[in-house]
Design a binder for this molecule. Structure first.
Ligand code: CA
Length: 235
């Protein structure tokens, strides 16, 4: 169910899409704010402090990417990009600029509301992962990541990850449900000087999947966003 009175700002210049989003969000119990331009959006964000932003990238006066960058200078408010641009590069760039999620138009109401709920849940927890903050363990399905023991278990069995494999899974577990781009992961894991070749991630991921997934070709825990990055399943 929607959280009552959460304010969602829709930044979109296509009136048809605005009408669809507004109807959908109001029916789900959200308060809705509207902006059709980038300057309008920035002004509403600073004056009304919305709980979540749905952001179109192609606006009449500004590129959505510059809005993400300028909002990220002062707030962690969740930003979901909604865009017709569907290339891997577009997604990776928006996520690297600080967007929380990326949806390609057209999308359905079920998916939209699910992604908004995930984004709002992340706002309410400082570490993004409330369960982890309380217990030191993140579980989803039969998978458990124990941050204190630095072990990963599937159905209670230690899956014997290498230290690098553990670090990859542990990083994804800090942001369940969110796509982490290759660039973000490489930097977080190996520092800013690392070469931006994601082959190292692919090799480790193939090994991780053999250890944790029942069928590595049909993963249930770690999903690939092709050309963009990886996402750990959310509870
Ligand atoms: Ca547009």
């Amino acid at each position: 169910m929607a959280e009552a009175h959460n304010k969602i700002l829709i930044v979109e210049d296509d009136e048809g899409i605005v009408a669809f989003l507004k109807t959908t969000l109001k029916a789900a119990g959200y308060d809705v704010l509207l902006a059709g331009t980038g300057t309008g959006a920035l002004s509403i964000i600073s004056s009304h402090c919305p709980d979540c932003i749905l952001l179109d990238l192609g606006l009449p006066d500004m590129d959505g990417g510059s809005i993400i960058q300028s909002v990220r200078q002062w707030t962690r408010i969740p930003i979901l990009v909604i865009s017709a641009r569907d290339t891997e590069q577009d997604k990776a760039t928006a996520l690297d600029q600080g967007a929380d999620d990326y949806m390609v138009k057209p999308f359905g109401t079920v998916e939209l509301l699910a992604r908004i709920r995930t984004a709002l849940r992340h706002t309410r927890t400082t570490a993004e992962n409330e369960q982890l903050g309380l217990t030191g363990i993140y579980t989803v399905g039969d998978l458990a990541i124990d941050y204190n023991k630095r072990r990963v278990y599937v159905r209670g069995q230690d899956v014997q990850l290498t230290p690098n494999e553990f670090r990859i899974v542990a990083l994804l577990g800090l942001h369940p449900g969110r796509v982490l781009t290759y660039r973000t992961m490489l930097r977080e894991l190996w520092g800013p000087a690392v070469s931006m070749d994601n082959k190292i991630l692919r090799v480790h991921m193939a090994s991780i999947r053999r250890k944790i997934e029942a069928d590595p070709n049909e993963p249930r825990y770690i999903f690939t966003e092709i050309g963009v990055g990886y996402r750990l399943a959310d509870r």
